[in-house]
Ligand binder design. Sequence first.
Ligand SMILES: [Zn+2]
Length: 409
Amino acid sequence: LLEINIDSLKEKLKSFSNFGKTEGGGVSRLLFTKPEIEARNEFCRRMEKIGAEICTDDMGNIYATIKGNEDLPAIVTGSHCDSVVKGGNYDGILGVLAAMEVLETIVKEDIYHRHPITAIIWTNEEGVRFDPVMMGSGVVAGKFSREDILKAKDTEGITFEEALKNSGFLGQKENRLKPENTLANLELHIEQGPVLEMEEKSIGVLEGVIGMLNYAITLKGRAGHAGTVPMKYRKDAFLAASNALIYLHDKLKDFPEDLVFTNGQVFCHPNVNTVIADEFTFIVDARHKDPEVIKRLEEVIKNMPKEFNGCKLSYKKQWTRDTVKFNEKIVEIVENSTKALGYDYKKMYSGPGHDSQYIADIIPTSMIFVPSKDGDSHCEWEYTSLSDCHRGVNVLLHSILKLDNEDRL
Ligand SMILES: [Zn+2]
């Protein structure tokens, strides 16, 4: 079977790692900063070179399209080229380089295709310089209003609107990706978790993005001097929160094993070693693919005892995300392409959010994962082997060529 050129992919990974290179071997490539703009320009330069037509929309998303042999809706693929501060060389950018590689291969090998094929760079996936995350795809999918987004400010007080204008990538609203002229969207991304590596699989065939909830749980007690208030008169919010957390963990025993439940953030007031805490908040982040499981967990939180250790309990829903199911036909095509190439794979759901999760709302979509060494991501040592990257791009290429046979999904 046809494979993409591994040396060409290697060269791309190396070249693009220079845009925002850090001393630790990673990249800091925040949206619309010099290195991010350089990466965008290099993408455009290389895509123009193969005869792709480039346009940008009113969010600065970039589309590079090679024409098809028939007048049909496009097949699109891409990801983001912005990174977190001291991020890695694979998150997002691999999906962009893969898209470029697929287009280049099709042009160089003169592969017959009916549909136009588009490589995309999505604006501000990471949401580091401007909040929220997945801004470009979110506006295209109608999740956010552009007017609100334009007002977002970075830490220096520069608005997204100014940064977008100054970037040179502000285009027309009409250029936004539209359901009526898009057949399918397929994104290659690193897993950012340990499962593929642990199960010794090269490819993740993604069935969707798992739903999640985020609640803040607060216990209110009474402050007091660590040396003077007898234990029996205390209303210690920290102790109460600990018991509330144990209560929740006991309830988890009734839930499926693949529910993930995390308390990674706490706020303790006054957070002084000689003062009894009068207020303690911990955040619950829980994720599962079945919306019923998330709903059941929400009920558990809402029905927690109103008091622990004399402290009043309250909860606040910060946000939830519904499970996103990817298009079954595309999932099947990706699975078949992976099988045909002879790669080991696992069907799975994504824990992290991705641009494709928003796009899935308006256009038939799926994703391909490749392994992350030790599950590490958003760090300078983030790593995926060249052979795994190569396999991922081959699956992307063959899936796109199979999608090209379809008229409707
Ligand atoms: Zn990413």
